[in-house]
Design a protein around this ligand. Structure first.
Ligand SMILES: [Zn+2]
Length: 105
């Protein structure tokens, strides 16, 4: 267990931020077997080289996507328990773009 991460509000009160991490179940599709190592984390369809996609950060235990604004806090110093993978544009739109981040160029 990590100790709770805290921040300090402007009036000096301590704020525990662990509970503020928003997650959403990705509803992944495991019936399909990807043929390459570059595939959508939700529908498991292969992404062609250069095909537009985004990135999704999710928990390995529950396949819960983390809201893009909460990535830094969710990852913490180690990122343990989380993984960032590619997500196709269709699945990113279905999940909500705010739950994903642009792919690195
Ligand atoms: Zn997909």
């Amino acid at each position: 267990m990590h100790p709770p991460r805290t921040g300090r509000l402007c009036d000096g009160k301590m704020l525990t931020m662990v509970d503020a991490i928003r997650t959403k179940w990705m509803d992944p599709e495991f019936r399909r077997d990807p043929k390459t190592s570059h595939f959508c984390a939700v529908c498991q369809r292969d992404l062609k080289p250069g095909q537009p996609h985004r990135r999704v950060l999710f928990t390995l235990d529950a396949y819960a996507a983390v809201h893009a604004e909460d990535w830094d806090r969710a990852m913490g110093p180690t990122g343990e328990g989380y993984v960032i993978e590619a997500i196709g544009m269709d699945c990113a739109r279905k999940l909500g773009l705010e739950w994903t981040a642009p792919a690195k160029a």
